[in-house]
Write a protein that binds this ligand. Structure first.
Ligand SMILES: Cc1cc2nc3c(=O)[nH]c(=O)nc-3n(C[C@H](O)[C@H](O)[C@H](O)COP(=O)(O)OP(=O)(O)OC[C@H]3O[C@@H](n4cnc5c(N)ncnc54)[C@H](O)[C@@H]3O)c2cc1C
Ligand code: SF4
Length: 287
């Protein structure tokens, strides 16, 4: 169950070369939202758009393809996308909302749908929730320290950042690559991530990440009926190239291993909270 419930899992990438050009992996998020927007399945999507400072995301309600494309790529810092979920249905006037987010943001979304406190008329307007895999996240100052102090790259010169194969990598606009072992980044992690028990966005309609698939491709879990409906229509319409996950390396075994490692490690942090103090513990959000 470390990978959650799903109907199918596949390796895929966007068929649209323009989307792929600046996407983090296979451009699944941008391509699926772009398709859903064209087809009227959503009338906008909450994404992590560019902010005022380099690599600091600003949640936006994207209602055009251009706005979706401007949000391509991973920003390894907090983007409070759920902040706009109510507003998307109010001042933006959306009836069919798309949203992308980390596993914790998908949890917030489903909680808001099931327990809609101050969320009147929001739950039934969620049309497509795309989750992204997430091992951990960093506060903005932490990301700055990793990139500027450890990798020796100015934030504004960074063209792409990536976590994979045990390394944090920064690619500069001039083509250089600076890499550090992931171990060196641990102290900058957002402490709240240490009690997180979801790696592959178990509660999304469709969830995606890089792990398991070759470079430039994504691993995609199709989880809900709604997700399956949108995904299969997009496949039939030729929006994605796909490969059987069993035929690619490193495949699902690595996804399962990383999900298990994350959950096992963080379960220990959750359990340790019970005996944190002398004769008293810290709160456990799961009980
Ligand atoms: C903090 C973090 C940790 C991650 N860890 C892993 C991991 O361990 N293993 C793995 O396989 N994948 C991980 N990913 C996911 C991976 O980096 C890609 O985001 C994912 O594969 C989607 O790529 P894409 O090419 O389909 O998306 P693109 O088409 O490039 O679109 C990316 C979408 O993600 C959104 N986004 C970007 N940054 C954030 C953010 N901080 N919060 C919320 N939404 C955001 C953008 O709005 C955009 O819509 C992580 C992502 C984040 C944000
Ligand atoms: S590790 Fe968990 S809590 Fe932290 S950002 Fe990722 S999904 Fe959210």
């Amino acid at each position: 169950m470390v990978l959650g419930n799903y109907k199918s899992v596949i390796s895929a990438r966007a068929a649209d070369a323009e989307i792929l050009k600046r996407s983090q992996d296979g451009g699944i998020v941008t391509q699926l939202f772009a398709y859903a927007l064209e087809e009227g399945i959503i009338d906008g999507a909450i994404v992590a758009g560019p902010g005022d400072e380099p690599w600091k995301p600003e949640p936006v309600v994207a209602t055009t393809r251009a706005e979706l494309l401007a949000a391509r790529g991973t920003r390894y810092t907090i983007s409070p996308n759920m902040m706009l979920i109510k507003e998307a249905t109010r001042s933006y006037g959306l009836d069919k909302v798309g949203i992308v987010g980390t596993p914790c943001q998908m949890q917030a979304l489903r909680k808001a749908q099931l327990y809609p406190m101050a969320m009147r008329k929001v739950p039934d307007k969620i049309a497509l929730a795309i989750g992204i895999f997430c091992m951990e996240n960093f506060p903005y100052q932490g990301l700055e320290a990793i990139v500027e102090d450890h990798c020796n790259v100015k934030m504004e010169s960074a063209d792409k950042m990536d976590i994979g194969k045990g390394k944090f990598s920064v690619y500069t606009e001039r083509g250089a690559i600076s890499q550090i072992p992931l171990k060196a980044t641990h102290k900058y992690e957002q402490p709240g991530c240490h009690v997180c028990l979801d790696y592959v966005a178990n509660l999304a309609d469709v969830s995606t990440g890089s792990v398991g698939s070759p470079d430039g491709w994504s691993t995609v879990f199709v989880r809900t009926k709604n997700g399956e409906n949108v995904w299969s229509k997009a496949i039939d319409a030729g929006y994605f190239e796909t490969k059987d996950i069993a035929s690619v390396k490193p495949g699902l075994d690595l996804v399962t291993k990383l999900a298990t490692d994350k959950i096992d490690k963080n379960k220990k942090s959750v359990e340790a909270r019970a005996t944190f103090g002398v004769n008293k513990g810290l709160r456990n959000p799961y009980i």
